[in-house]
Design a protein around this ligand. Structure first.
Ligand code: LLP
Length: 415
């Protein structure tokens, strides 16, 4: 739940506003985002690692207003496409604090990045190095995405540091060193640093420590000065009660220690550290409100069907992600139910076997916490359901920062 969320008179108060009021004013489904929580998490990263560059992973919550908050909190921004860059431009995000990422960048992505003058582009293939080398003119700074061969013990679909997946240049095979040479021989490119991203929803600091060891080893063998080391993002966020938050203080302490130690061993000057948190900044700031449309009694289970589903939250279907659900407005003897969406698929399940009051009925309001990261980002129009708004709340004031999609929006693209 967002910081300061409380139950008052049965209602759930988020950012100083009762959820029933938010639902009445903005409709459901509605993604509520607590601005103070987002800013506090962003600041926590900056404070824990005062000398590092903290880069918000813009893909986790693409929205110009959120990008502006990040700019104000002194963070940089990682964009993974020309589209995310367009949002950054709309936000007035300073180009010198933007990094472009992506395992496949089209010519349009690269041209947009060069035209806006983004400070660094992370290259991910030899083809891309050649293409960027041809397009760039004035010593464009690049970082090289390296696959360090680390299993960060997360869901296979979001584990990106292991060998034999599509991201990056393999350290073990020597591809990473070859990429270094290729970048160095491109007159229009400047090698700024090395990058790795071992995965998402990573719980163990030890995985990052191992990444530092391997990356510093690589830096030492590069034969050229590497001034930046970007460790990517992936810091876990708690989704269910009892799950622990990422140990940011431990991370900061152990990573700086390991970096200095390894650089000493290899006799290389310590590079500036970069990290790219996304989920850990925004996940717990978000709450999605749904209206119950129907309750169905199956042979063995009770299904509580809501007015959203996999179009606003495909994460259970994609990653088997688990969510908590809370009924707003009243309590009652709990019984286990399965909360399902409105889409035409049996897999459109939001939460299985969660306790809700036994008399849950149509018209009830449900709140699902930890929906700030990769929810708005992954939302679709499946079944031509309009995407929900994102409503920012702060000190009792609510304002939409993404408006609800309308049927006009949907029709606009059809010929
Ligand atoms: N840096 C790079 C290069 C990335 O690819 C990502 C995420 C991040 C940073 C931020 O990772 P975070 O701190 O948010 O974990 N859709 C999936 C997550 C995909 C993550 C993609 N890359 C999900 O809903 O779990």
């Amino acid at each position: 739940w967002p910081d300061g969320t409380r139950v008052a008179g049965g209602d759930l108060v988020i950012g100083g506003l009762p959820a029933t009021q938010l639902a009445a004013r903005f409709g459901t489904p509605c993604q509520v985002l607590d601005e103070r929580t987002v800013r506090a998490r962003a600041t926590a990263f900056r404070t824990a690692l005062p000398r590092a560059e903290v880069v918000f992973a813009g893909k986790s919550l693409p929205c110009p207003e959120v990008y502006r908050w990040m700019a104000q909190e002194g963070l940089s921004l990682d964009v993974s496409s020309a589209g995310e860059l367009a949002l950054a431009k709309a936000a007035g995000f300073p180009a010198q604090r933007i990094i472009m990422h992506g395992n496949v960048k089209t010519a349009e992505d690269l041209k947009a990045a060069l035209a806006y003058g983004v400070s660094r582009i992370v290259v991910d293939s030899l083809d891309e190095i050649a293409q960027l080398g041809a397009l760039a003119t004035r010593g464009q700074e690049v970082m090289i995405r390296v696959t360090p061969g680390i299993d960060a013990r997360t869901h296979a679909k979001i584990a990106t540091g292991v060998e034999d997946q599509k991201f990056g240049f393999s350290l073990a095979s020597g591809a990473a060193l070859e990429a270094v040479l290729r970048v160095v021989e491109q007159p229009s490119l400047t090698l700024a640093g090395l990058h790795c991203h071992i995965g998402s929803q990573v719980r163990h600091v030890a995985s990052y420590e191992e990444a530092v060891r391997r990356m510093v080893g690589l830096i030492a063998s590069c034969g050229t000065r590497i001034s930046q080391l970007d460790l990517g993002g992936g810091f876990c966020a708690p989704y269910l009660a009892g799950e622990r938050d990422f140990d940011l203080a431990g991370f900061a302490h152990r990573i700086t220690g390991t970096l200095n130690y390894e650089c000493g061993v290899h006799r290389v000057p310590p590079p500036r550290l970069l990290i790219e948190p996304g989920r850990s900044i925004v996940a717990n700031a978000g709450v999605t409100l749904y209206r119950v449309c129907a309750v169905k009694h199956g042979l063995t289970r009770t299904f509580v069907a809501v007015d959203g589903g996999m179009s606003d939250n495909p994460r259970p279907a994609l990653y088997g992600a688990k969510y908590a659900v809370r009924l707003v407005g009243r309590g009652g003897r709990p019984k286990p139910v399965t909360v399902v969406g409105r889409h035409c698929e049996a897999g459109d399940v939001l939460a299985e076997d969660v306790p809700l009051p036994h008399d849950v009925h149509a018209g009830d309001l449900l709140a699902v916490p930890a929906t700030g990261a990769y929810h708005h980002a992954l939302a679709s129009n499946y079944n031509q359901v309009c995407r929900p708004p994102v409503v920012a709340v702060k000190d009792g004031v609510a304002r939409p920062i993404v408006r609800r999609e309308t049927e006009e929006d949907l029709l606009r693209r059809y010929v």
